[in-house]
Structures are given as C-alpha cells and as structure tokens.
Design a binder for this molecule. Sequence first.
Ligand code: FAD
Ligand code: SIN
Length: 574
Amino acid sequence: MYPWKLNKFGAYLEKTLKSPDDSSSNIPSHFDIIVVGSGAAGLYATLSLAERYRVALVTKGKLRTGSSKWAQGGIAAAIADDDSPQLHLEDTLKAGVGLCDRAAVEFLVSYAPEAIASLLELGVAFDRKNNKLATTLEAAHSRSRVLHSQDTTGRAIVDILTARVSERPNIEILSQAFALSLWQNPQTHHCQGISLLYQNQIRWLRANAVILATGGGGQIFAKTTNPSVSTGDGVALAWRAGAAVRDLEFVQFHPTALSQPGVPHFLISEAVRGEGAHLVDESGRRFAFDYHPQGELAPRDVVSRAIFNHLEKTASDPATANVYLDLRAIAPDRVRYRFPNIIEKCQQWGIDVFSQPIPVAPAAHYWMGGVAVDLMNATSIPGLYAIGETASTGVHGANRLASNSLLECIVFAAQLQKLDSRVGGAHPQADSRVGEYLRVETGDWSGEIEFLELVREKLPALMWHSAGICRTQELLEEAIGQVVRWRSEFADLEIGKYIFNLSATDNIQFESDIASKQLKMAAETMNLLDIGYLILKSAAFRTESRGGHYRKDYPETAAAWEVHTVVEGDRIGL
Ligand code: FAD
Ligand code: SIN
C-alpha cells in the first residue's frame, strides 16, 4: 500500500510509518499559495496577497537572508521636481541596450512613486533633506532619483516588511525550509505545490499557486557580492519543470567590491562614486576616463570592463590585482552621514576610508536573466509565478540600471494582489496517499560529499574564468564540457538519484539532521550545476556583445541580436 523502496546504495533504510501529527513540524499539507523566498520580493508579495488566502512563506535560511537585506545604494523612483517617469524610462531603456521590454519598463517607472508611497506607509524610513525625501545620483541615471536609508536601504525595507508579515495571521512562516522541487500535475503540468525539506523531513505541500522569489545566482561565480543563499534555486527549479527561462547570459558585474585576500567581496556602493569618490589605479590616476567620457559614473558594465582591461594591461597578476576607490574627494562629514556601514565594515578589515583608498575589483552582482514572466508575473507553467531577481520581467534588458531591482521587487510583487480569485477556496482532492504518513529513513550519503565539495569549489572558479567579465567561444565550450561531465557524475550519485526519484507519495522523516544537511547541499549543488550550464550555453549562443554579456571574440553589438535568448528544456532559441 505504501511505497517501500530500499536505496540501492544501502545507505538508508525505511523503518516505520508514522502520522505527521506525531512530528514536531506539524504543517498543513495544503495552502492556497506558497511563496518561496523572503527577500524584498517574497515579503512584499506575501503582504500583497489577499488576506483570505492561507499563505506559506518558505525560506531556506533565517527570515532575513538574501540580497535584499544587503542592498545599499537605494531604490529608484522619479519623485524629484526635475525628474519624470519618462526620464526614468529613457535611462532604463538606454542601460538595457535594446533588450528591455518597453511595456514592462513603462509599468515599472510609472508605478515607482506609488511603490515608494506604499513603503513609506508601511513605515520605511528613507533619508530626508529639508523635510523632503532625499535622493542621490547613481551611474547612468540622468537625475538624482535614488532614495536611500543611509547605506543600508535594503535592511530598512526588509526589517519593516518582515515585521508586517509577522503580524498577518493568514501567513505561515516556514524558515530553514528548502524548496527542493516543483510539484506538477502529471496530466496538465500545472504547478500544484512543492516538495520541501523542513525540520529533517521531506514534505509535499499542495497549493493552487506557487510564487518563486528565490533571488539571484551570484554564488555561481567565484567573486560575488551576493549572500550564500543566492544559488539560483528558483531558476533551476522552474527550468527543470519545463518553464521558459530567458536572457541567462546577462550578468551584471559590479565594478567596486572590496578586494582584499581572505575577506568577502563586500559591496562598496555605487552611491559612493555618485557622491564624488574617485576610482584610481596603483599610481593614483583616474583611469576610467581613458575608457568612457563619464569616467567612474559610466554604466556598470563599462566601468567593470575598464577595470578588467586596465588590470590586464598594468598588473603582474590581473586575476588577483585591484584598483582603488578614494573617498577623500568627499567631505568627511558627508561620508560619515551617508556611509556608516561601509566605514564600519572597512574598519573591521583594517581599512580607514578617511586616510586610505579602498582596494576594489569587479564581482558578479546581479542576474538580469531569469524565469520569463508577463506583467502579472505568470510563467509559462500554469500556477507558477516568479518575482524579483528570479524573474525576467523584461525591465532590465541586457543591463540593469542601478537601484531598479528593489523597485522591480516591489512594483511587480504588488501585482499579486490581483491574483485570480480561483486561487482560494476548495482544494482539489489530494491523492489520498499524499500528506498522510511519514516514512522514517536514516539517509546518509557521507561517501559522496567529497565530490559535492569539489564541485562547489571548482565550479565558481571555472565560471569566473570562462563566463566572467570577458568571454570567448573557446573558454565557454571548454567550460560547457566540464559542467556536462559534472552534471552526469552528479546524476550517477546515489544522492543525486535519490533527489531525482523522489515522488509525491514520499513524505519522509529522517532520523537525524545529517541526511537533510546532505540533501540540501546536494540540491543546491545540482541547482548551481544547472544554472552554470544554462549561463554557459546562453553565453556561447549569443555571438555578440551587449550589456552584461561581453564577448572578446565578438566585441560589437549586432542589430540582428536585439532579441531575447530563451531556453526551454534542451531547446535554446530566440
Ligand atoms: P533575495 O533578497 O535574494 O531573497 C531570496 C530569498 O529566497 C532568500 O530569503 C533566500 O533564503 C530564499 N531562497 C532561495 N532559494 C530558496 C530555496 N530553494 N528554498 C527556500 N528559500 C529559498 N538593488 C537595488 O535596487 N538597490 C541597491 O541598492 C542594491 N544593492 C545591492 C547590494 C548587494 C550587496 C547585493 C548583493 C544586491 C544589491 N541589489 C540592489 C540587488 C537587489 O538587492 C536584489 O536584486 C534584490 O534584493 C533581490 O530580491 P529578491 O527578493 O528577488 O531576492
Ligand atoms: C550599489 O549600491 O552600488 C548597488 C545598487 C544596485 O545594485 O542597484
């Protein structure tokens, strides 16, 4: 009556069957809506959903993890007297180098002031000047339009959204809960829930709508400003389920991440350059003007490439070399007022920003590509939605304008208040075997962890080398070969087979946390391998340079390539 499989590897055994009511994690097996991810997008989406819905907010770390909390510079909106949504639109389209979807950008910029009003109403304390909201300039913005809360804007937003979410009785927060896969109806392919690794269990949770808000995938690159949770899970899950994913070759490399051996690539906000800091080389020269008339305030891809090329020309080991960001051109009081977090973090690593320049180099920062969605955040799979950095809404094109990402999270997540009323109400009768019992297993794949650790170390280095700031066909093809080998080795592992073969009739209780830790690591590694493969394939496919995708062997932007790259299953096309 119950599935009874013995792992061929013999590493785990099924022992007993027990009711989920006995377990410590007595979560319902049905929700109206499941939101995966608790960054700005996931939190704001959860708040936007009608309160009649029973919502699960699932997040793989603690509640306040993700890039959103780390956002520094701010959130863009045309609110100044000399600004307008039209100017914001023009700047966004220009930064996107022909690949923005105009309707999506119009939507973004016209709802930006409303998004800010909503955040203010919720309690977000943006900085003010003379009683008016203060704004600053960032690269490629023609007006000062970036609202901020010192240099911890993301934290200010996430803290408030988290507090508001916690007040809502219709929202069940499941933290340290890892979404393993999407659950699709085998006949219709509708998304009908997820499988979840939570409190040493695998549970299949049914829902009428699943919203992916899992952020970006910066961890695929050896140098990144992103937090450890940014492993591209949502894109990998959606792609494996058959959703169309788009423009995955477009990665934004931020020019100024802290570059000091043994220290994380902490972001030194673009707002620092907006306030007047100079980007200088070893000899103190402002070399960025050699590459672009706007110097250090040129678009991010231009500045990142300028640093890359300058180091290639001047450094003995360009891979580890750095340039400097000199804040001494800004009045010290202004630095203290605007950048307390940067001062503190630099101090922590022995850098006094008032007396010495900060060593910086580019690092992977933002993924323009993602799961293709429409203006309602609907993906190509019915019942599946994507928002925030996981989604490709079309607003960023080939390169994102600074501070448009937090804005996109809020403006698009707000659309979910219109989610169809059919989402709520009666649930289709679940398979009677699903959700009733937990099978107890040991689960221990210790012998295979070494391989996973090797991939986690080597894959980001390979991606940085082959699909980083400058790409070539040869490097990309070599990397594809290696990633294909790793993917097939992963598929041959017992832990790999275990994940692939999980079926919706398996609700599992592990005897200790060893199995769930190993499964989480394996599932994240699989996701990284999948997104690595997709980025490489898309980058090899696009034989031109545009925005965040630079091909040394095809350095020009080609009119014929003013089209999106779409991947669906194994098919890649335009
Ligand atoms: P995130 O905030 O990254 O949240 C993703 C969530 O998904 C996390 O809670 C994570 O735990 C969860 N998750 C992931 N996988 C799973 C899984 N399998 N199961 C369960 N949960 C999962 N943009 C701006 O507009 N302005 C800025 O000033 C700015 N500064 C930035 C500074 C830094 C250092 C970084 C890294 C980015 C910055 N960005 C900025 C970009 C912006 O912060 C992000 O693009 C945006 O916050 C993404 O929000 P999100 O909600 O999509 O994802
Ligand atoms: C920054 O503060 O430089 C990051 C802003 C952004 O990524 O939009």
